[in-house]
Each structure stands twice: as C-alpha cells, then as structure tokens.
Write a protein that binds this ligand. Structure first.
Ligand SMILES: [Zn+2]
Length: 447
C-alpha cells in the first residue's frame, strides 16, 4: 500500500508567501501535493498526519560549497593569513586521515549543518590518499546522516600539495568517471560531479578533463576561482590574462560552470560570467575569515548570474549554517557598497534555497509539487523569532537576521524526519562527538 504523510504546519512558505491552513502531502520522498490541510486529510485518510502546531514549514537550505573533512580542523591554526592557514592546518593534518576519520569528519559536518536546516550539500572533496575508498566514506556518511549529497569530486594535480591530494589527469578522470557512473541516476540522494580544484591546483589539462566529464555525463562542474589575489597574479604571469578569461580561452566557461568565491574579478570577467551563464557559489563568512576580499554580488545578480550560498569548510568560517550565510551576505554587501538595499533579506533567502536547486539542476530548495520532500520546521514562538504581527510581515526578515539555530525544530529529507525537537535522529550527537574526540587524540599525538 502506498504510504502517505501529511505535514500540517501553522504556516507554510511557498513562492515568497507565508500561507495558513496549508499542508504538504508526501509520497515516496517527493512532494505529491500542497493544499488545504483539512481537505488533504479527508482525501488521503490513510496518511500519517504530523501536526506542526507552532511551526512554519520552509524548504530545506542548500549548502552549495563545503569541505566536510575540514570540520575536524575547526579551531586549529586560526586568525592567520590564508597560505599560512593552509600550510599549518590543512596540509599538516589532512594527510593522516584514514577513510574512517574521513567518515567521522563527514558525519560531523553533515550532522551539524542538517541540524541547522541544510538538507542538500555540495561537498567539494579532495583527499584521495585512499583512492575511491575516501570518496565512498563521504557518501556513506551522507547516507547515514540522511542528508542529500552532491559530491564535487575534486581533480587536483599541483605537486606542491600533500601527495594524497594529487592524481594524474588519467587517474582523476578514471576515478571521477567511475563514481559518476556508479551513483548518478540511481537515487536522488547521491550525485557525483567533477570539480577541478582551481587554476592554482589543477592544470589546464585537468580543468578541461573535468569539463569533458561534466559534458559527457550531463552534469555541472565546480571550480574555485580568484579566491585570493595571488591566483590572479599567477595566472597573469603564466598565461597573460585573468582567471575567468583563461577559463573562457580554454573552452570551459559556460552554464555548466559553478565558480566558487570569485572575489577578484575585473569588469570584463564579470561580464564574461554573465554572458556565458556561469553560476557563483558565494561563501561570505569564509571570505571574511580568511581576509580574501568582497565579491561583487550586486553586479553579478543584476546581470543574471545565479548566486547560491556555501559555508565553505568549517575551519574557515567557523559556523556551518546557511541561515548564517544569508545574514552575512546581506550585511557584508550592504556595508561594502554603502547601500542598504543592494542585497535584501528575501534575495539572501533565495540564495540559500531556490538558487541552490537551480545551480544543481535538482528539484530542491522550493516547496513545489513533484519536488523532493526536503523541508524544515521553525518555531514561531522561539524568542529569536519575535516580534511577529498577525500578517507575518516581519517573518522572512526574522529568518534571515535574528533567528538562532535552536529555533529549527524539525528537518525532513527525502520524506524522512532526520531532526526532531532539535535533536538529530539518524546518528546520536553524542556518538558524533565521541568519534571527533578520537580523531583529536591522533592530531594531538603529532603536535
Ligand atoms: Zn572551498
């Protein structure tokens, strides 16, 4: 017999409006119908009904850029410049991580962000010490936590990095292609896409190979671009042009590309991003934490570039919440441009939800019939959500600017409740914490 669930909240957020008396009918992990709650209950009498009495039901957030293993490095080597942070935290500790440690890092990162409302994460993953087994550890962690994963499987051939990051072009193509073959199109919970790391850590041949894989398998691809000024200078010196110009010149700049960061683009590069229909993964907290600079969001959004939000790795943020990134996007852009209207809360909210779905070309980030049953329930009576008029006109602003994570009471992914009353149901938080503490003993042993 078909199993139906009905979620009947106090309010439901659909396409920019908060609606009363509405409910969501879920079947097989998908939203089958959105409509009047009482009518749905009458029409589907066998459905299991959940009354979310004080909650507003919203789409789950999309974290468009994360490095899950970096959660294990949070608080190590902080408050220092980017390259020093990379050498003292990343390059020092990441080579000793076993697949089991990587699994621990991933359940830690995925569990924490899911608790704060993320239902889909793109994890840009580049530790290949143990070959495919490393990638499989991340995929298993996502399945065990119950979060939807897009594994941006990284292709990296800069010899200056620890050996485990580096693969030859043929090996990177073989491993990434094998994972894409194995996972894509099987179920909606795991997708693998190529992610040539950046122009400073992947050769032109590697970037082109990643692009070709994306083309072959009909996916997008992700790449870090111009996060720091040194990359612009290096590219100029080596190729006589700027990073986005080089990506265009080598034939990989089109609607398949999601560029991460794009802090240091000039006018011509911004125009190219727009005319070639590339997208942006924007990580404002990380850019501030590492003193990277400020990406020109008003220009890019006005020129049709889709912008979605990422936490980046938890050791360069150090929070791991997309509500946090919505807030940071609006605040940072306002102060940088001295313009209170250049990014407003509803736009920042869309960047953390619907735009992520657009970039990933997945039916997520919106409450819509046929879309994935990925949503959250936020407590309207939580102190950080006050005050609220009867017409709820402040509600979206409270979500972006004042809400604290413990107002998030429920999370549902693929029609399954993964967080209830603020508690992760899939893997006990105490187990996650004790696993993390075990890895820390290893780190301390090599200090
Ligand atoms: Zn990154």
């Amino acid at each position: 017999m078909t199993e139906y669930q009905i979620y009947k909240p106090k309010l439901l957020y659909k396409d920019g409006a908060f609606l009363e008396h509405q409910a969501v009918l879920v079947e097989g992990g998908k939203i089958r119908k959105i409509g009047c709650g009482d009518e749905l209950i009458r029409a589907f009498p066998t459905a299991r009904v959940e009354n979310w009495e004080h909650l507003v039901l919203l789409p789950g957030n999309i974290n468009i850029h994360n490095h899950c293993f970096q959660s294990l490095l949070r608080g190590l080597a902080t408050d220092i410049p980017f390259l020093q942070w990379r050498d003292e935290a990343l390059y020092r500790f990441s080579p000793i991580l076993t697949p089991e440690d990587l699994y621990t890092g991933a359940v830690f990162a995925f569990g924490e962000m899911m608790k704060y409302g993320v239902t889909t994460v793109t994890d840009f993953f580049y530790l290949h010490n143990h070959g495919i087994a490393s990638d499989e550890a991340i995929i298993k962690a996502a399945r065990d936590v119950g979060i939807r994963l897009v594994l941006a499987r990284t292709m990296y051939d800069w010899a200056g990095a620890p050996a485990g990051y580096v693969e030859s072009v043929p090996l990177a193509v073989e491993h990434t292609g094998r994972l894409m073959e194995q996972y894509n199109g099987k179920d909606d919970m795991v997708t693998v896409i190529p992610a040539p790391h950046s122009l400073h850590a992947a050769s032109v041949e590697m970037v082109q190979a990643g692009f070709q894989l994306a083309k072959q398998y009909g996916t997008g691809y992700h790449i870090h671009v111009a996060e720091e000024l040194f990359e612009v200078n290096d590219v100029k010196q080596q190729f006589g042009c700027r990073p986005i110009e080089l990506l265009d010149r080598i034939g990989v700049l089109d609607e398949r590309m999601t560029a991460v960061h794009c802090v240091w683009l000039d006018e011509h590069e911004k125009e190219l991003m727009s005319s070639r229909k590339a997208s942006l993964a924007y990580c404002p907290s990380s850019n501030m934490f590492l003193a990277d600079g400020v990406t020109d969001i008003p220009y890019l959004k006005q020129h049709g570039v889709i912008v979605a939000l990422g936490s980046d790795g938890a050791c360069s943020n150090n929070r791991i919440s997309i509500y946090e990134e919505m807030r940071m996007t609006a605040l940072l852009q306002k102060v940088h441009h001295l313009d209170a209207l250049c990014v407003v809360a509803p736009e920042a909210y869309d960047m953390g939800t619907v735009n992520g779905g657009l970039i990933l070309k997945k039916p997520v980030g919106r409450l819509k019939e046929g879309y994935c049953a990925d949503f959250t329930g936020v407590d309207l009576e939580h102190i950080s959500m006050q005050p609220l008029y009867d017409n709820y006109e402040q509600l979206l602003y409270q979500m972006v600017y004042s809400m604290q994570p413990d107002a998030i009471r429920r999370v549902v992914v693929n029609g399954k409740t993964t967080v209830k009353d603020g508690v992760i149901l899939t893997i006990p938080e105490s187990e996650i914490v004790s696993r993390v503490q075990e890895v820390m003993k290893k780190f301390q042993a090599i200090q």
